[in-house]
Write a protein that binds this ligand. Sequence first.
Ligand SMILES: [Zn+2]
Length: 212
Amino acid sequence: MQPPKSCVCVICGVRPAETVDHVPPKCFFKGVEDAQLRTVPACSICNNGASSDDEDVRFYISAQIGKQNPASAALWDGGAYRTITRKLKLRKSFLANTREIQVCEEDGSTTNRLSFHVPFGTYQRVFERTTRGLYFFHTGLILPAAIPVSATMLAGTPNLDTDEIRMLNVEAIGKGACVYRYGVAAEDVNSSLWIYEFHKAHWALVTTGSTE
Ligand SMILES: [Zn+2]
């Protein structure tokens, strides 16, 4: 899939685009061919400034979903584990707010899981960049910088069986490593809704424009 062209960075909408940026971040994918990943024109400031945020968010996603299948195991072994061993600040923050909780399973048994908070600002920055990029990728339009983008991490699998969600476009990258759904409002092109799913286990909801 070829992205539309732009000589202006599609993330900030201001500076000249002299690089291409991966959306979602390239480090979210392990063992996925480059040709399957999505890239958009970006300036070097938007592109290079993001890799530390990307690694932090990859770590939290990977810690949440665990090594339940080969692809999510590769995400942990091939990157997230290295990130947590290398980044002292991230490690401290993770350990400071992580606790073990007991979760009741459907069969009545209990299992221990880790519960932790993902830093809001980092998560917001990564999903704002990803969404601005994919918005351009699919519409050919640059979302104006003044239009707000807001990202929320969902606690569990959202109900996808509703009329509103069935109307969204569905896109998949890398054998389901990332599936995202999106829709742009017909009456206001700056308003859009995005639902991201990583390894069927981590979900994020992003909206652009007014959200009444
Ligand atoms: Zn930029």
